[in-house]
Design a protein around this ligand. Sequence first.
Ligand code: ADP
Length: 451
Amino acid sequence: MRGRISIKLKMTLWVAAFMILTAGLCLGLVLMISGRVARREAVSVLTITAREQVSGVSLADGQLILDEDFSFYKNDVYFLLYNKNQALLAGQTPPGFSVSTPFENGVTRLAEGEDGNFYVFDLWIPSGWEDGTWLRGVMRAADGGQTEHQILAIFSLIMPVVILTAALGGYLIARRALRPIEQITMAAESISGGKDLSRRIGLRRGKDEVGRLAAAFDQMFERLEQSFEAEKQFASDASHELRTPTAVIVAQCSYLEKYAQQPEDYKEGVAVIHRQADKMTQLINQLLDMTRLDFGTRKLNLEEIDFSAFLTAVCEEEDTGERGISISMDIPGGIRANVDESLFSRVIHNLMENARKYGKEGGWIRVSLSCGEKTVILKVEDNGIGIDEAHLNKIWQRFYQVSTSRESGAGLGLGLSMVRQIVHLHGGEVSAESRPGEGSMFTVILPKPGA
Ligand code: ADP
């Protein structure tokens, strides 16, 4: 049931319920105040009128004398006169009033009658030494019914209008506020239903909650599209890269079946197949590693280590190859960093392997380490063939290779993309500077531990 009511209806019902509650409270308050005011007014009319009447009553020789302006019924007050023994001298008891109500001089009080309550106010009017008259004012205590009925009638006329207006207002506000959400839902549905990843919500709204939600959704769709495109590109590149060695193996097998006769022919053919199979294994392993890092199945094992010692050890293990390339190191001791050793040795290895692969005969590689205020900076430089400006931004893409000829043999176009992936996982940045024909410099910046 809960989920079936739309938010719009819920908001409308809430506003209406709130209005009904507020109106109920107001009504209660108005009735209470109006009752009190009416009571206070009645009491003051009773006492004032009674005090005015006093001057019109006198007693001479036991005879009651009333002025002309004395009236037994004035301002809704009945007046009764009693002698000192509380026997009625003049006036008519109002119907329903109990005659046995005790006397109390100058005090207004409520007395219960047969068919309702009465306010009673007595005044003792002395005469001579010991004689006097009791003036009793009696007023029917209004049950407030009339005023209350009037108030209730006004409320019952106004309230439905107010509640309906509030509910309608609530509904319109809710509809307006929720319209962008409907847009978001429609965009999300069309993306998931029609697989149109390029669609965006495109709400041109300010910085309110819904505007931010729409912007966050658009960002999410953007990233979804990007990663979907990247996946597609990756799958097509991977299959393309695997096709080359597979095609060579198939061609080599056909050749051997048709033409090979001597054991040397077979040996040669098997060596070609072996090389291609090695390349495939290398490719598959690298793809697997990258996928594991992408999907987080290979967790980072970060540890604060003596990075200077680690870098020196990894560089010393590097093979300079047969091209007479020398490696020099400028690594000051004691620089520490938070790294996953086995992953980071891949970063150093890939950068140095590239420097060697794309270096000149008899060239050099320089590895240097330094410390910024909050960073640890590693540089791998070479004086090799360099990279043209046009390619510099693209070398980080998977399978991107500046030269598509496979003369150098070993390249897969995955080394730098893995370098960047691992450095990013360490919270760092990597960049390249290069001059074609002069050499290249790769810079890795890592956050300093505790910085
Ligand atoms: P590859 O397996 O081809 O080396 P990488 O991703 O490691 O793949 O590098 C991508 C491309 O960047 C290489 O094909 C190469 O053209 C260029 N490159 C990388 N490092 C260097 C370097 N030190 N000197 C010149 N070119 C480089």
